[in-house]
Unconditional design. Structure first.
Length: 70
């Protein structure tokens, strides 16, 4: 069973995967989102803890990227 912080890191990985599928016109957005997600992910991994705000931010980032690829 994974912990909340490990699930958060899985979302960071998914953000990177979805960002690769964003069309060229959304490339700047995808780059910005992946940089922010990487930063949040590094903090989560270092502390082995995720806050509600960090989880919500990651989920919102993923949802935003998914809208670009639909």
């Amino acid at each position: 069973m994974s912990t909340d912080w490990e699930e958060a890191l899985e979302i960071v990985d998914e953000i990177h995967e979805v960002a690769d599928d964003v069309p060229e016109r959304g490339e700047d957005f995808a780059i910005s989102v992946t940089e922010k997600a990487r930063s949040i992910g590094a903090t989560i991994a270092e502390r082995e803890h995720v806050t509600d705000a960090q989880m919500e931010a990651l989920e919102n980032m993923l949802a935003g990227l998914q809208r670009w690829v639909r």
